[in-house]
Ligand binder design. Structure first.
Ligand code: GDP
Ligand code: GDP
Length: 438
């Protein structure tokens, strides 16, 4: 099951990112402080009363149109939220009162078929009712006064939001099938690849199970193995959404990634790696999914025997955080190397479920510390006392150390590299958690 999505919509400076940080603060895994991973995080997991959900700050979404007037951008934010979120928080500023932009957004959101909460921020004194009663005129029900920066009434807001989340209907996808999310920016060839993969010999499309509202799912078999292809571009192919909407369907990609075991990150080799590619790939990394980088349209690239190596270097330098992901150069058009894609999918899916015994891990750890001890820091040296793997998908390790402040990034990277050399884990991110034990 994908986590439900709660979107925060509103004009700049009303306090969206303050609320976002308050709702999601302090839950960032170690793996995410790696250089190269975007820091301006727009979506993050949160939980309240045992419900998990993803919060999206639409204020930071890039609609690729910096030249457009602000009113057009906020319009798109609201539309994207209506299209893709499960619950919308519309935030206004109780100090400045209603503005024309607030009214414009309210006009759009009144048509939403999903729950909308009208959140009046910057209310530090709840007796000043006039500050938020005015917002009744937006026609979106009871205004909920909060102070995001002081954390006032945010618990009540979350109670209401969580109560409005869709029920977990228990409808699980086939648990034995490998779920593959095909993601990438528009026009890189996702639909063409999906069609080509499904059209391959030895692939038997078994049925079309109930499709979600974000993607077209197709179940298929190959050599007795079951797969589900989650195709985010399929919605457009089937005419259910238009291209303009697809262009900013960040939330749709997030949800597809969330439901997947393996992400096929499709890049147009004829155009190289773009900023948008990096952002989308960043989601897969942060979600802890196994990933294959598929460089499509290889037929369009003039090449000699060195071209592939050169491409690999560019991809590695542009997307260093995904250094563990294998690359494959294909053409949906000429069908070059297509069967190899599913072989790689099988391979990385298997890697993501590997479990290393505690004794083997600690033997390696002793060896690492003997050969390359951590550098000293102000006279103290990191000692890793014990490590154990606590989870798979992604492989997650807890390190018990003498002083967590001494476990610097460079040494973590060294340990990670040694783990990878020894155990593989190709195509999968690893998570490290550090606990201090004196
Ligand atoms: P965004 O542009 O909507 O993401 O807004 P920010 O979260 O960046 O906040 C804009 C400004 O409002 C910042 O200076 C915040 O410190 C301030 N702010 C946010 N929440 C509150 C609040 O609850 N009360 C007050 N007084 N100021 C707030
Ligand atoms: P999507 O938006 O990512 O689903 O991309 P499409 O599958 O709709 O493809 C976008 C365009 O690229 C279409 O015109 C395709 O015919 C073309 N295309 C897709 N794959 C390839 C390829 O491998 N080689 C070439 N030359 N063109 C391709």
């Amino acid at each position: 099951m994908a986590k439900p999505i709660v979107a925060i919509v509103g004009r700049p400076n009303v306090g969206k990112s303050t609320l976002f940080n308050r709702l999601t603060g302090g839950r960032v895994a170690i793996v995410e402080d790696q250089p190269g991973v975007t820091r301006d995080r727009l979506y993050r997991d949160a939980n309240w009363l045992e419900r998990e959900f993803t919060v999206v700050d639409t204020g930071g979404l890039d609609f690729g149109d910096r030249d457009n007037p602000f009113s057009a951008i906020i319009h798109k934010q609201a539309e994207a939220a209506m299209e893709e979120a499960d619950v919308i928080m519309f935030m206004v500023d109780g100090r400045s009162g209603i503005t024309a932009d607030d009214e414009a957004v309210a006009t759009i959101l009144r048509k939403a078929k999903k729950p909308v909460f009208l959140v009046v921020n910057k209310i530090e004194d709840f007796s000043q009712k006039e500050r938020y009663f005015d917002f009744y005129s937006l026609g979106l029900g009871d205004p909920i006064p909060i102070s995001a920066s002081h954390g006032m009434n945010t618990g009540d807001l979350l109670d209401a939001v969580v109560a409005a989340l869709p029920e977990n209907n228990g409808e699980e996808d086939d648990p034995d099938a490998i779920k593959i999310a095909v993601i990438g920016r528009p026009n890189v060839g996702k639909s063409s690849l999906v069609n080509a993969i499904l059209g391959q010999e030895r692939v038997i499309v078994s049925d079309i199970p109930g499709t979600t509202r974000d993607a077209i799912d197709t179940a298929f078999d190959r050599d007795g193995k079951r797969y589900i292809l989650i195709d985010t571009a399929g919605m457009r192919r089937k005419g259910r959404i238009d291209e303009a909407v697809e262009r900013y369907s960040v939330m749709r990609s997030l949800r597809a990634i969330d439901r997947s075991d393996v992400v096929l990150m499709v890049i147009d080799a004829s155009q190289g790696v773009t900023e948008q590619d990096k952002k989308i790939a960043g989601y897969a990394h942060e979600a802890g999914k196994a990933c294959v980088l598929v460089l499509n349209k290889w037929d369009l690239v003039p090449k000699d025997e060195k071209t592939m190596n050169r491409f690999d270097k560019v991809v590695r330098s542009e997307m260093g955080f995904l250094a563990y992901a294998p690359t494959i150069y294909v053409s949906a058009l000429t069908k070059q190397r297509l069967p190899k894609i599913l072989e790689l999918v099988d391979f990385v899916a298997e890697q993501a479920t590997r479990r290393i015994s505690t004794s083997v891990l600690n033997e390696l750890l002793a060896d690492i510390q003997r050969v390359t001890p951590a550098p000293t820091d102000r006279g103290r040296r990191l000692k890793i006392l014990f490590v154990t793997q606590t989870a798979v998908k992604p492989p997650t390790f807890v390190f018990f150390v003498n002083d967590e402040d001494l476990f610097h990034f460079s040494y973590r990277r060294h340990v990670e590299n040694r783990f990878r050399e020894t155990f593989g884990f190709e195509g999968v991110p690893m998570r490290f958690f550090i606990r201090q034990r004196e």
